[in-house]
Design a protein around this ligand. Structure first.
Ligand code: SF4
Length: 264
């Protein structure tokens, strides 16, 4: 299995700027219907390798931090149809992207380095990765993404519990919005090895916190302060989560998670 799970915008037709709908919010400065080009998109000719966003260098300042935090996990460059080539091609491109993008995200989780997981679980994860990778080869029309997500989520939950040495609820889906989680020496270690799956950590102060083998699958880190925090060993962290947070050169990240520009 040889998969590229990092976006290569130069090999994509800007699908993430066309296919999704945006609701005007703190993340997007305007409403945009689905399958409609964002007005900031500079439509280039098919195959032309450029950055098509006209405000690419100032997205956050112009009210589009949601675009900074978006990642297709390499799905965009897998779509062979080009939405700019007419309605039929557009339909094919949007339908393919709607399936490939979540499958690529699932593959990101399934390719997490898990050297400390039990061998039987690692084998199970490898089988699941092979299965999902096969689904991306098509046909995509019959793929039930919700079922795939549920099935893989169950496996990842067991892996997480085994690696962390705990199957308790931890802080899964906890509302930790704006909380100061980094004050005091003890609290800076308190989250290592816990589960923060789906936790709301928007604006939380995690400065200097050692998250150890914490499970961050689906945690909302928008605006969380990660300066000096150690996330290098965390489970299931993604580029979009990191891009939506605040960090600096002292923030530790897993090797495979891209360091946002501006973090030093
Ligand atoms: S603002 Fe730029 S990156 Fe965001 S959707 Fe529009 S064209 Fe794409």
């Amino acid at each position: 299995m040889d998969l590229d799970l990092l976006a290569d915008c130069g090999r994509c037709s800007g699908l993430c700027c066309v296919a999704p709908a945006f609701a005007r919010s703190a993340d997007f400065a305007l409403d945009k219907p689905a399958e409609t080009p964002c007005p900031n998109l500079r439509v280039s000719v098919p195959g032309r390798p450029d950055a098509p966003c006209g405000i690419h260098g100032s997205l956050s300042e112009r009210g589009f931090p949601g675009c900074v935090a978006y990642d297709c996990f390499g799905a965009g460059q897998r779509v062979t149809a080009d939405w700019r080539e007419g309605p039929g091609a557009a339909r094919a491109a949007f339908d393919a992207f709607a399936v490939l993008r979540p499958l690529h995200e699932i593959l990101w989780y399934l390719t997490e380095p898990l050297d400390d997981a039990p061998e039987d679980l690692r084998a199970e994860v490898a089988r699941a990765a092979s299965w999902v990778s096969g689904l991306t080869e098509g046909p995509l029309a019959g793929v039930d993404v919700a079922s795939v997500r549920a099935e893989v989520g169950e496996v990842l939950g067991r892996v997480s519990a085994a690696v962390r040495g705990s199957s308790g609820p931890g802080h899964a889906r906890a509302d930790l919005v704006g909380r100061d989680l980094g004050s005091g020496r003890a609290s800076r270690r308190a989250l290592a090895g816990t589960t923060l799956r789906g936790a709301l950590l928007m604006g939380a102060d995690l400065r200097g916190v050692d998250l150890g083998r914490a499970d961050l699958l689906g945690a909302d880190l928008r605006g969380a302060d990660l300066r000096g925090a150690a996330l290098g060993q965390t489970l299931f962290l993604t580029g979009p989560q990191v891009a939506a947070a605040r960090g600096d050169a002292t923030t530790g990240l897993p090797d495979r998670v891209p360091r946002p520009s501006g973090w030093g």
